[in-house]
Ligand binder design. Structure first.
Ligand code: PMP
Length: 382
């Protein structure tokens, strides 16, 4: 039985990614910027990995800047805009968008979210179509939400932005490796993170608008070296990049089958939970969602109690997003939906993986039932 249901926090390293990492580390560990032959080999492979990732994402390889992960990519993008640039984003964005937006541009979320946990397209349209002088410089909308799994209308918003001469960024960290990347290439900026799709931690990328548009923006986030065509200083982590690209290449052909099988398992889990728990609330239940994610407000007991009781039964779940776990009232999404204090403390998220079986999901629902009995008795049996 595999009780790991926290794949939105991080995923285990895919065996193909591990092999690719080991091979690259053994043979091509040289600094790709050095000038001798072995370094040239590493550089060539790095550029080949960039090409391969470009094919998977549907973007020109030159648009890809390798980074240390999604947090860096989001920070690098927002730090690059001038202080007085205007950015539109919603309250359900990841903190690595909302906090830099405040830090560098002193801007709060301004795109409304519907009660279904999805950005309100009509309201966004009005805000984007304002007079040229008030028009935002960039709109940022995540592709899929990390807590609820709700898919966001990024395609529609990208088109709307382009019709109005506004740049569009999507944080696709939770989308990539779970759903097809088709159409992503039309976004001016795309954030991705390897450890969300079976790659290693500490590596990711930012796809930038054609390099001249990025070049015209302000100073780089990381300065000090000419790597990544002067767009990100620091020695490229070629073995990790190779492993990241291999992970995405390995998973991509399986995606539609996985989506089909896993969403049925996820739905059976929801049905089992509903029959056991009266008053269970599923966030974004009516919105299209990632096949692996269920964000729930439990009818009773605080989420850390649930987490501990399930952990003792061999299941790993979370209380909202990992970035704010450890705190009971931590869900960015449920807060943005205006939930009250005690409800917030009852939020739990489960996020299955590519290899979760029907039996794993069934065992998870059964473990929730057992944990409930235990918590109702007042805690752990003596
Ligand atoms: N954006 C989203 C949507 C995420 O889910 C996460 C990880 N929770 C991040 C950004 C940060 O990713 P990383 O760990 O690669 O910095």
């Amino acid at each position: 039985m595999n009780g790991y249901f926290d794949h939105n926090a991080t995923t285990p390293l895919h065996p193909a990614a591990r092999d690719a990492w080991l091979r690259a580390s053994e043979k091509h560990w040289h600094n790709p910027s050095s000038l001798y032959r072995d370094a040239g080999m590493a550089s060539q492979r790095l550029e080949a990995a960039r090409e391969r990732l470009g094919l998977l994402l549907g973007v020109e390889a030159e648009r890809i800047v390798f980074t240390s992960g999604a947090t860096e990519s989001n920070n690098a993008l927002l730090a690059t805009f001038p202080k007085d640039a205007r950015i539109l984003f919603s309250g359900i964005e990841h903190p690595s968008v909302t906090q830099p937006a405040w830090y560098w541009m002193q801007q709060d979320p301004s795109l409304p979210v519907t009660s279904g946990g999805v950005v309100d397209l009509a309201a966004a349209k009005e805000k984007i179509q304002v007079a040229i002088k008030d028009r935002p410089s960039i709109v940022s909308l995540m592709a899929a939400n990390n807590e609820s799994g709700a898919l966001q209308p990024w395609k529609e918003l990208a088109v709307l932005c382009h019709e109005n001469g506004v740049l569009f960024h999507t944080d696709a960290s939770q989308w990539l490796g779970k759903l097809d990347a088709e159409g992503l290439g039309m976004c001016d900026f795309i954030t991705g993170s390897a450890h969300k799709f079976g790659g290693p931690k500490g590596v990711g990328f930012l796809v930038v608008a054609d390099s001249t548009a990025y070049q015209r923006l302000g100073p780089r986030f990381l300065q000090g070296g000419p790597q990544e065509s002067g767009r990100r200083a620091g020695t490229e982590n070629y073995p990790a990049i190779e492993a990241m690209v291999t992970a995405l290449e390995t998973i991509t052909p399986r995606l539609s089958q996985i989506q089909n099988d896993q969403s049925q398992r996820r739905d059976a889990f929801i049905a089992a939970m509903r029959s056991r728990f009266e008053g269970l609330r599923i966030i974004s239940e009516d919105a299209p969602r990632l096949w692996n994610t269920v964000l729930m407000v439990m009818p009773a007991h605080h989420n850390l109690k649930w987490l501990t009781a399930l952990s003792r039964r061999g299941f790993s779940i979370s209380t909202g997003s990992a970035c704010s776990s450890g705190r009971e009232g931590s869900s960015v999404v449920v807060t943005a939906l205006g939930a009250g204090g005690d409800e917030l403390k009852r939020v739990v998220r489960v996020s299955g993986g590519w290899e979760s079986t029907g039996a794993d999901w069934e065992a998870l629902a059964a473990a929730f039932g057992d944990a409930f009995d235990e918590l109702n008795r007042g805690g752990r049996p003596q």
